[in-house]
Design a protein around this ligand. Structure first.
Ligand code: MN
Length: 490
């Protein structure tokens, strides 16, 4: 939960200006903290911690921040000039996300009021440059936000970064449950789990499908009745095959029991290993995703983990986040679109209308006809994100997209569907995505921006590739080439 975390506001200064100036700096820092908390744009509480004047104070504060699980990051600002050699020892120990907030107390320069006293007190313009140098010199992973602290867009950006810093904290605690291995012979869903745990903290482990089958068998009718009532509250029952729907409820309850027992927030399965199960979980996985659990099909644990982290980071927002797969294109010249769907498992948080529960044959896997939710995704700006293992490093690829109302009814397509135009256009976007090695599985979200994924990649120290309206295939190829060289040198 975002509310479980706080951020520490640290204001840089020094003893040079006398106690009166330091008292004013501290009082203003407290006032700014209170006002920003009151404004309601920040998802987590900002806590004024310190007007930093000595190296020892700064080092102690960093040690305290590292140790405090509630503290998800530091927000620092240089109200006056704070000589940055004072910060080196502390910053070398820092293990928490860091935001340099380049602001100032007053919005305008007071025409009559500006004199040498004012200059001594209000030195952020050059204090923040001294601090910027030491960040650059130390190669510190930092977010830099410049702007007047009372402005809504500035607070929103700070809030967006806070969400990502919480995502980083949750990432380091994340456990993923795998039922079965990855789909046979598929490359992009593979990855170095040791490297991923080192970089992102994810504990990715396997549990027996046989144990899940036993847990499914032990679910009671009363438990199923309660979940069916919840399905009926949220979805339209568009099938007479209630037995199939009840079996999905049975699967959902069993999966949730095992996830909660092990403290896992994400899971994978594969249609190639459903030993002892009657259906591939469809509705079950969709409803679990709607509750915040991550899911990846065909054993794709990377996309599963990212799905739950994105849901954590976007808590309280209403656009929606889903496991997604690029399915097929509509290639009308000049109006090209991509159709995203999956065999079953798209999260209903992205639905434009009330989803329908339907039962249809699956065609692969050789199991009973599974119940699933069928709906259209809603229009709006969104991103698709893929995490791939390049061998020796992870690459996160994020593409801006514009979702549209699907241009066809597709009455015989028995699954949830989302249609979008990728940036800069479908054909260039596809060339860039393929050039970068992006997977067919993605997390699609309306609730976070590419800037936030870049912030996440920076905090976790992984490669980031952004395909935007300004990307060309030529520029991207060069960027990837130079990035490859740079990452190999690290
Ligand atoms: Mn798939």
């Amino acid at each position: 939960m975002l509310k479980d975390y706080e951020f520490w506001f640290v204001v840089g200064s020094q003893f040079l200006y006398g106690p009166e100036v330091l008292d004013i700096v501290a009082a203003r820092a407290k006032e700014m903290t209170d006002e920003m908390n009151k404004a309601g744009k920040l998802p987590c509480r900002l806590v004024y911690k310190l007007t930093a004047k000595t190296p020892d104070e700064i080092t102690q504060l960093v040690k305290d921040a590292n140790y405090d699980d509630k503290c998800a990051g530091l927000v620092v600002w240089m109200h006056t000039f704070s000589p940055s050699k004072m910060w080196i020892n502390g910053l070398e120990l820092l293990q928490k996300p860091y935001c340099h907030f380049a602001t100032q107390y007053n919005r305008n320069i007071p025409n009559e009021g500006i004199d040498m006293d004012f200059m001594n007190l209000n030195q952020a313009a050059h204090g923040d440059r001294e601090h910027g140098f030491i960040g650059a010199r130390l190669r510190l992973k930092r977010k830099i936000i410049a702007g007047f602290w009372q402005d809504d867009p500035v607070q929103e950006r700070l809030g967006n970064w806070m969400r990502v810093a919480v995502g980083a904290a949750e990432s380091r605690k994340l456990k993923v449950m795998r039922f079965g291995d990855n789909m046979r012979n598929v490359a992009v869903t593979e990855g170095d789990k040791v490297e991923v745990q080192k970089k992102l903290g994810w504990q990715v482990n396997t549990w027996p499908v046989g144990e899940l089958a036993e847990t499914i068998a032990a679910v009671t009718d009363a438990e199923i009745d309660a979940l069916i009532a919840e399905y009926k509250k949220n979805y339209d029952m568009n099938t007479d095959n209630l037995a199939s729907v009840r079996y999905q409820a049975r699967e959902e309850i069993a999966i949730k029991k095992m996830l909660d027992r092990e403290g896992c927030k994400a899971y994978t399965n594969t249609f190639e290993d459903l030993c002892g199960m009657d259906q591939l979980p469809g509705l079950a996985s969709q409803h679990l995703m709607a509750q915040g659990y991550g899911f990846g099909a065909e054993g794709d644990w990377k996309v599963s983990a990212m799905t739950t982290l994105v849901k954590t980071m976007s808590e309280g927002r209403s656009g929606g986040t889903a496991f997604m797969e690029d399915y097929t294109y509509d290639l009308t010249p000049g109006k090209e679109l991509s159709l995203g769907a999956h065999m079953l498992e798209v999260c209903p948080s992205v639905a434009a209308e009330r989803p329908k529960i339907e039962v249809h044959p699956l065609g692969i896997g050789g199991k009973d006809d599974p119940a699933r939710l069928v709906f259209e995704g809603h229009p709006g700006k969104a991103v698709v994100v893929s995490l791939i293992d390049m061998g020796g490093r992870l690459r996160m690829i994020c593409q801006d997209i514009e979702c549209v109302k699907p241009i066809y009814e597709m009455p015989n397509l028995p699954v949830a569907r989302v249609m979008w135009r990728p940036e800069p256009d479908l054909l260039t976007g596809v060339e860039c995505w393929i050039q970068a090695g992006g997977a067919h599985h993605t997390v699609l979200t309306y609730d976070l921006t590419a800037e936030q994924f870049e912030d996440f990649a920076r905090i976790m120290d992984i490669e980031f590739v952004h395909i935007s309206k300004d990307t060309t295939a030529e520029s991207l190829e060069k960027e990837l080439f130079f990035a490859d060289v740079a990452w190999k040198l690290r």
